[in-house]
Design a protein around this ligand. Structure first.
Ligand SMILES: Nc1ncnc2c1ncn2[C@@H]1O[C@H](COP(=O)(O)OP(=O)(O)O)[C@@H](O)[C@H]1O
Ligand SMILES: [Mg+2]
Length: 462
């Protein structure tokens, strides 16, 4: 801000000095021309009387010529004796001046002097010639008071103008700093805070201009980062918790075997079986965590290829039929399309999604129930539906079951050996395909998981 003002002020001062210089020079030159003209007329008028040094006539005609003006007129003879002084001060005296001397040698001359009162005086001296002979000098003195007044007036105006402009620029740059610099400083400070991990930072949204828009974007970014950070913390703490549970069980089993003197081999075998189960559970959790982490980091980008969806679903059914049979659950398919062999998608990822959902359906449905896998086309999507007649999921849990590690009823799931990651992985896989996963359920009435995948795979990443 100070820089602006200094630049403007310097420019104005230089400009004023230049204007005043040119103007003063011009006005003085004008006066000088006028004064020379007057001196020349006076020379012509008094010439014939200077020859005879007729003081009365010189006075008479000079006074006529100078009447009404502020010019002082003096006529001297070649020996610098004053023949006439319109101020009547120097009559009969000798007056020596450089310019009078120049004029008496035949050269017109002029100069500007300052008198004792500080007033500028313009003086000109013109030779009075009789033929080639110089018989005297006309010397005129003109006070420059009027011209100096004009210059002073203009100088005053220029100063006022400069002061006004400076004040105006001051206000403007102050306004600018309020509108531009301050928000930018605030943004920089916010960015600094964010880079230190302080995601609660928010910037003020002022007005409705681009800065307000930027402020809103920054605030949005902060809240997204905050969410991300919270999710990360939650994920780490949930993951450690999930890993701790089987480890605690393993520790317990080991301790009890170690502390039993002479353990019964049958009991040991049973314990080892339990140990193996817990290790399986740990392995499952870690595998799924790895899958999710890879998906998050973009390392397991989808590898799309023309895929036969019916074959994919049949493969899942084939894999899970033994599980269904073991629980006396009827697992069957209901395809409303005959051929869907050219859908561009990542086979392995979609297979895992459908597998996780169908596996849940079988796991959570009571013995003697049914699980149906449907396939149809809806608009530009293919729609895969996994339906069961199990216990269903309460309305307020329906969104949460897709969250990582979320399990509505932990005790029930302990027996099923779940990890709480199956649906999270399924949802990631579907989103990766530009699709959508929906759950409709009512408690006690079973679940329907609907998976929509765009038929022409023109979606992101594919
Ligand atoms: N078909 C279903 N019927 C009833 N509850 C289900 C069904 N599918 C999932 N759930 C509930 O959603 C939770 C999350 O599922 P998921 O992410 O696969 O984790 P889990 O490893 O526990 O199966 C399950 O623990 C279960 O409570
Ligand atoms: Mg599951």
């Amino acid at each position: 801000m100070a820089t602006y003002i200094i630049v403007i002020l310097t420019t104005l001062i230089l400009m004023s000095i230049y204007i005043l210089g040119v103007l003063g020079e011009n006005l003085y030159e004008n006066e000088q021309i006028k004064l020379f003209a007057k001196a020349n007329i006076m020379t012509d008028t008094v010439r014939s009387y200077v020859v005879g040094e007729d003081r009365d006539k010189i006075e008479k005609y000079s006074a006529q010529l100078l009447a009404g003006s502020t010019t002082r007129g003096i006529v001297v003879n070649p020996t610098y004796n004053v023949l006439y002084d319109s101020n009547n001060e120097l009559n009969g005296k000798v007056l020596m001046r450089d310019i009078i001397k120049s004029a008496s040698e035949g050269e017109q001359a002029h100069t500007v002097l300052t008198n004792d009162l500080g007033i500028n005086l313009m003086t000109v001296a013109v030779p009075v010639k009789n033929g080639e002979k110089i018989i005297g000098v006309v010397y005129l003195v003109q006070a420059m008071t009027d011209v100096d007044k004009t210059i002073g007036y203009i100088r005053f105006n220029l100063i006022m103008f400069s002061v006004l402009i400076t004040i105006l620029v001051g206000f403007l740059s102050f306004g600018m700093s309020y509108v531009v610099t301050q928000p930018v400083d605030e943004f920089a400070e916010a960015a600094n805070e964010i880079s230190k991990g302080n995601f609660e930072k928010r910037v003020k949204v002022r007005g409705r201009n681009e800065f307000a828009h930027l402020a809103m974007t920054i605030n949005y970014m902060c809240s997204e980062l905050e969410n991300l950070e919270n999710n990360r913390r939650k994920f780490v703490s949930d993951a450690s918790h999930e890993l701790k549970t089987p480890l605690a069980t393993i520790k317990l089993i080991c301790d009890s075997v170690v502390s039993t003197p002479d353990p019964d081999p049958v009991m040991v075998r049973e314990f080892l079986g339990d140990l193996s189960d817990e290790v399986d559970r740990l392995t499952r959790i870690i595998e799924r965590l790895l899958t999710l982490t890879k998906m998050d980091s973009g390392k397991s980008a989808p590898k799309p290829a023309p895929t036969d969806v019916i074959a994919l679903l049949n493969s899942v059914v084939k894999r899970l039929t033994p599980n269904a049979n073991a629980k006396d659950i009827v697992l069957y398919t209901d395809y409303k399309v005959e051929n869907l062999s050219d859908v561009i998608l990542d086979y392995d990822k979609l297979w895992e999604a459908i597998y996780n959902i169908t596996d849940n359906a079988i796991k959570y449905t009571d013995e003697g129930g049914f699980v149906k896998i449907g396939l149809t086309k809806e608009g530009k999507n293919i729609l895969i539906q996994v339906e069961d007649n199990g216990p269903g999921i309460a309305f307020d849990e329906q969104d949460k079951v897709f969250d990582r590690f979320y399990r509505p009823d932990d005790s029930r799931n302990r027996e099923t050996g779940g990890t709480g990651l199956g649906l999270a992985i399924a949802r990631e896989a579907v989103i990766m395909h530009g699709g959508e996963i929906k759950l409709s359920s009512e408690e006690g009435m079973g679940c329907i998981f609907s998976i929509y995948i765009p038929y022409t795979a023109e979606h992101e990443g594919l």
